[in-house]
Design a protein around this ligand. Structure first.
Ligand SMILES: CC(=O)N[C@H]1[C@@H](OP(=O)(O)OP(=O)(O)OC[C@H]2O[C@@H](n3ccc(=O)[nH]c3=O)[C@H](O)[C@@H]2O)O[C@H](CO)[C@@H](O)[C@@H]1O[C@H](C)C(=O)N[C@@H](C)C(=O)N[C@H](CCC(=O)O)C(=O)O
Ligand SMILES: Nc1ncnc2c1ncn2[C@@H]1O[C@H](COP(=O)(O)OP(=O)(O)OP(=O)(O)O)[C@@H](O)[C@H]1O
Length: 480
């Protein structure tokens, strides 16, 4: 299914290799170096460094002018795809040894994959997780660096999982991951689509390109796989257009194979009716009804009994930094949520508004990242100021940008009638403190954007910063 064309081969093709790398700096004796064209530099410029470091074989899209004796050079039409296929083969195609399910879409990937991990653990299986927050090889935890890591990293973890007897692995599939072919060569048992909204337009040239990249993931699923899609999202069916996989749909509003209804939506949970059965869950908000339904449909396709799935759904705990909340002694509710896209922010605010009463104010603290999609800044500020009682604009990983200028970009989205509801405080801790000072009993503070992150990134340096820890401490210090 995945194909890479060999254009030219020079040298011995039966050599014993030690490791595979796409970073010349990591190459040592008898390793293979795959030269990949990057977004910053071109790996082809580092072929000489790789051979100097001892590479025994080079895979590249263009053979270098001078070759080194004793080194094998393989020219392919697509080095990223070649890397993915080599990685899968190098680790013995571990995705064939377990059931791998990929979850893609703008929002909900971490929630769905983490909760599927939890659910299958409850069902007594050994399970794996590849997510933005962490990597789990059954019970063993590893730090995650990407939502979807590079193909060598993915396959190395899948190999560990297969060796540990893991039967199911749930992984997030990002658009960057698909575009950079990080998931090629993997055998997916199924794919899940959540939703598609404005995001990553700093990387993809247009929304259409972003959508088409997501669709590629479903195009590449095999006939024996399943594809589960949210058809309340207008791009849900688009994802299924060219897939060979068996197609399933889920929805709260439209006609679908898997249907659910929200019966109650409160701060202490969500009462759902799924395929005629009522189930209380500890998760909150309309969007989590979609996530829970996607989880239900996936678990059904993977063969779990309906009655068991419903029982486990009612036991699932919320995912770190996703609608994570604390209620202070004076009854202020502080919610930390990873909403860092316009759509996610709107969903979270609408969820809170659908639950709070008129007397309870909603104070939102929000920022936008530096060196990332600038177009979402005014949009998010508009949403926050329209749907909250008060808003404090602040910093959220300014990276190499001036945080004051990022906030100025956000302020441009505030309409004149909402302007008096807003203020700007560059220092995120000070912004959270001000929100705590402004809040009265029964008010709600939403701190959006960073979720589970435990750092603030400024000029390439990460310093400790944990929204949840900080808001809990401040509410305590202020005797709120
Ligand atoms: C923009 C982007 O996606 N960059 C990814 C890309 O790196 P790149 O194209 O910038 O690499 P480069 O620096 O240009 O180098 C090109 C090649 O030369 C090689 N090189 C470079 C220098 C050298 O001395 N020797 C050498 O061999 C590099 O190893 C590389 O193979 O390929 C790398 C290897 O896979 C990734 O680690 C890197 O992710 C960066 C760190 C990143 O931040 N990516 C984010 C945007 C990302 O991928 N995010 C998505 C989730 C998004 C979301 O949903 O929120 C994710 O899946 O994590
Ligand atoms: N199904 C959904 N629809 C819309 N918004 C959602 C959904 N699920 C979660 N969200 C919102 O999006 C935020 C991010 O959720 P989650 O981490 O699960 O998504 P994600 O797709 O993994 O995002 P990322 O790749 O950026 O981590 C949540 O904190 C919540 O505000």
């Amino acid at each position: 299914m995945y194909k890479v064309n060999l254009n030219a081969v020079t040298g011995n093709t039966t050599v014993a290799i030690n490791q595979v790398h796409f970073d010349s700096r990591k190459v040592s004796l008898n390793d293979v170096f795959v030269a990949v064209k990057g977004t910053v530099v071109d790996g082809h410029d580092y072929i000489e460094q790789a051979t100097n470091n001892g590479a025994i074989a080079i895979v590249c899209e263009k053979l270098p002018k001078s070759v080194v004796n004793g080194v094998t050079y393989i020219e392919v039409d697509d080095a990223q795809s070649a890397l993915a296929l080599i990685a899968a083969n190098f680790y013995g195609n571990p995705s064939h040894d377990l059931k791998l399910v990929g979850i893609t879409g703008t929002n909900g990937k971490t929630t769905i994959s983490t909760l599927l991990y939890q659910l299958f653990k409850k069902a007594g299986y050994k399970v794996g997780l590849l997510s933005t927050v962490k990597i789990l090889v059954d019970n063993k935890e590893f730090k995650a660096t990407h939502t979807t890591p590079d193909s060598l990293t993915i396959n190395s973890y899948l190999k560990m999982m297969a060796d540990a007897g893991v039967e199911f692995c749930f992984m997030e599939v990002s658009s960057h991951g698909i575009h950079q072919k990080r998931t090629e060569g993997l055998e997916f048992a199924g794919g899940v689509f959540t939703n598609l909204s404005h995001d990553h337009l700093d990387y993809h040239s247009s929304f259409a390109e972003y959508r088409d990249v997501k669709k590629t993931f479903f195009d590449q699923l095999s006939k024996s796989a399943f594809a589960i899609t949210n058809v309340d999202d207008k791009n849900g069916l688009v994802m299924l257009q060219n897939t060979k996989a068996e197609k399933f749909t889920y929805a709260l509003k439209n006609y679908a194979d898997y249907k659910a209804q929200i019966l109650e939506n409160q701060f202490d949970g969500l009462l759902l009716k799924i395929e005629g059965n009522e189930v209380w869950t500890k998760l909150i908000g309309n969007f989590n009804a979609y996530n829970l339904l996607a989880i239900y449909a996936t678990a059904r396709q993977l063969g779990l009994e309906q009655i068991d799935i419903l029982r486990y759904l009612s036991e699932l705990e919320s995912v770190s930094g996703r609608f994570q909340y604390v209620v202070s002694p004076s009854k202020i509710t502080a919610i930390v949520d990873y909403a860092h896209t316009p759509d996610a922010l709107k969903n979270v605010l609408e969820t809170i508004n659908s639950i709070r009463t008129k007397n309870e104010e909603l104070i939102t603290v929000v920022g936008c990242g530096g060196d990332r999609d600038k177009t979402k800044r005014p949009v998010m500020a508009n949403i926050a100021s329209t749907l909250s009682s008060k808003v404090i604009f602040t910093s959220d990983n300014p990276r190499t940008e001036d945080p004051v200028l990022i906030i100025e970009d956000m302020e441009k989205g505030v309409s004149p009638e909402n302007y008096k509801k807003t203020m700007s405080i560059t220092d995120r801790k000070q912004a959270i403190k001000t929100a705590c000072q402004l809040a009265n009993s029964k008010d709600i503070i939403l701190i959006a954007g960073k979720g589970h992150e435990t750092y603030q990134e400024v000029n390439g340096k990460r310093t400790d910063f944990d929204d949840f820890k900080i808001v809990k401490e401040l509410l305590n210090q202020l005797n709120k």
